[in-house]
Ligand binder design. Structure first.
Ligand code: NAD
Length: 499
């Protein structure tokens, strides 16, 4: 199968990075798309130097003017929406509709950031002293290092980059080694906009490579903030290293998201959300629904209806994510397939029923990994359920009262997204107060978030918040400033006399 027409709009950017040490395969059929060149540690260090120079110039550009650059970038993304979305699908395997959604998310955050560029508000604080003015100011922070995961190959970068640019900060991006092509494409689009705008060189840079390149960013004190998205394993390595040099970390790590289905749930509302949550993006979202905690009176029914719906969709709609009509694309690679099989093998002895889980379409795509999503009926929550397996497996388990449901819900180390299906207002409010996750939804699933809210989770999900609300504050430094405008010696705070 040739994918040249999808790569063609970005051929020049790929040509410039041609090399030998970073082969890039598409999960669609496993074929080689390109072989690129990784950055060395010295090149990464030089890129950080360039970002620092860009910072010196960019921090003094008025914020609304910085917003103007982001506005133009958002417009360029509108023009490239279809081509970039197809590339996202080709490189990470999510269906074309979701590829479009990912680029739309980039456009949305640009719009948000443009508005924000006129609202980077500080505070005026009442001073206890005569003729004093106290202020809280927000100032540009410095170059930001962004490390991203394969499953949102472009959106996560834009969440960080659009905010960082309006806040006055350059960005150096290390994309996943599994999805470097989309990163080069974004960089090419940005560069053409930045050139026309007259932005300083080095405002946006991409460095390619694996852990070593990531570590070069993590360890460099010239990057005051590292925003890292990926597995909890990665966060556990990155967090302490950044802390060691007193840098700041914004960690967006693994999830193990649950939906509670209460006795009053409207199943016509609940089931579509459960289906999308468990099999959308082939179960490869940090917010995918991994656990369904169902009131015992509905347990059999919800398991059967969910398993039937999932397998019906899977039988009819699994295939190349580029084909219109496909709803389930491939897993990213063989490692992901093996992790899914290992989890199913471990859980099988304790499971009551397992539907799906097997590899399909290997006759058509021998070098790619398409699977039937698995739906597992299980009576408890063994260790294997408490770990995140980044593949389409949904565990359906029972509860007897809401307190017990919340205990089961919160008994995993991750704390990203959560939901309850209920028509009982009291249950809904109780759930929102007790869920230990960064996201708690009512009557919508765990998967999929709008850019307007702060996105992220607690516990082993890392505690970071990206995107909307006041997430921008992480890309700036807070300064408290007191000014005295009187004519005699200024008073000391707390009434201290030092005559
Ligand atoms: P991964 O942890 O394997 O890799 C993520 C990124 O971290 C890659 O760019 C990788 O090169 C880099 N990296 C890995 N170890 C590193 C180290 N020691 N130092 C510096 N960089 C390092 O994750 P993945 O397989 O690409 O993505 C799937 C994981 O990401 C899942 O756990 C998923 O839940 C999580 N994820 C979380 C969010 C979120 O917002 N919470 C979003 C998307 C994905």
């Amino acid at each position: 199968m040739s994918f040249d027409h999808i790569l063609a709009p970005f051929a020049a950017a790929l040509k410039a990075r041609e090399g030998l040490d970073l082969p890039v395969h598409t999960p669609i059929d496993g074929s080689l798309l390109a072989t690129l060149r990784m950055d060395t540690k010295a090149e990464t260090t030089a890129a950080i130097g360039k970002a620092q120079e860009a910072f010196i110039a960019w921090r003094d550009v008025p914020a609304p003017k910085r917003g103007e650059l982001v506005r133009r970038f958002g417009n360029a993304l509108r023009e490239h929406k279809e081509t970039l979305a197809a590339l996202v699908t080709l490189e990470c395997g999510k269906i074309h509709e979701e590829g479009r959604g990912e680029v739309q998310e980039m456009i949305d955050i640009c719009d948000f950031a443009v508005g924000l560029s006129r609202q980077l508000h500080g505070l005026t604080i009442a001073s206890e002293r005569q003729d004093h003015v106290m202020q809280e100011n927000w100032l540009p922070l410095g170059p930001i290092g962004v490390i991203s995961a394969f499953n949102f190959p472009v959106a996560v970068w834009s969440w960080n980059a659009a905010l960082a640019w309006v806040c006055g900060d350059p960005v150096i991006w290390k994309p996943s080694e599994k999805t470097p092509i989309t990163a080069l494409a974004c960089q090419a689009i940005f560069e053409s906009v930045a050139r026309e705008f007259g932005a300083p060189e080095g405002l946006s840079q991409v460095v390619l490579g694996g852990v070593e390149v990531g570590e070069a960013l993590v360890d460099d004190h010239r990057l005051p903030l590292i925003s890292a998205t990926g597995s909890t394993r990665m966060g556990r390595a990155v967090g302490p290293r950044v802390a060691q040099r007193f840098g700041r970390c914004l960690l967006e790590l693994g999830g193990n998201n649950a939906v509670i289905v209460a006795p009053s749930a409207d199943l016509s509302v609940a089931l579509p959300s459960l289906v999308f949550g468990s099999i959308g993006t082939a179960g490869q979202r940090c917010t995918s629904t991994r656990r369904v905690i169902v009131h015992r009176s509905l347990w059999d029914q919800v398991y059967e209806r969910l398993a039937t719906a999932v397998q019906t969709v899977a039988c009819a709609r699994t295939g190349s994510p580029l084909e219109p009509g496909t709803l389930i694309g491939p897993l990213i690679d063989r490692g992901s397939f093996e992790a899914m099989q290992a989890t199913l093998a471990e859980v099988r002895p304790q499971a009551i029923k397992v539907s799906g889980g097997e590899r399909v379409m290997h006759d058509v795509y021998p070098n790619a990994y398409y699977v039937r999503p698995a739906v597992v009926k299980i009576a408890g929550q063994p260790d294997v359920v408490c770990r995140e397996t980044f593949a389409p497996i949904a565990f359906v388990m029972p509860y007897d009262d809401l307190d017990e449901a919340m205990t089961i819900h919160n008994a995993v180390p991750q704390g990203l997204s959560s939901a309850i299906m209920t028509t009982d207002l009291r249950e809904a409010e109780f759930f929102k107060r007790r869920s230990d996750c960064g996201i708690a939804n009512v009557n919508i699933g765990t998967s999929g978030a709008e850019i307007g809210g702060a996105f992220g989770g607690e516990k082993e999900t890392g505690g970071g918040r990206e995107s909307g609300s006041d997430a921008w504050k992480q890309y700036m430094r807070r300064q408290t400033s007191t000014t005295y405008f009187g004519h005699t010696a200024p008073q000391l705070a707390q009434g201290i006399r030092f005559d």
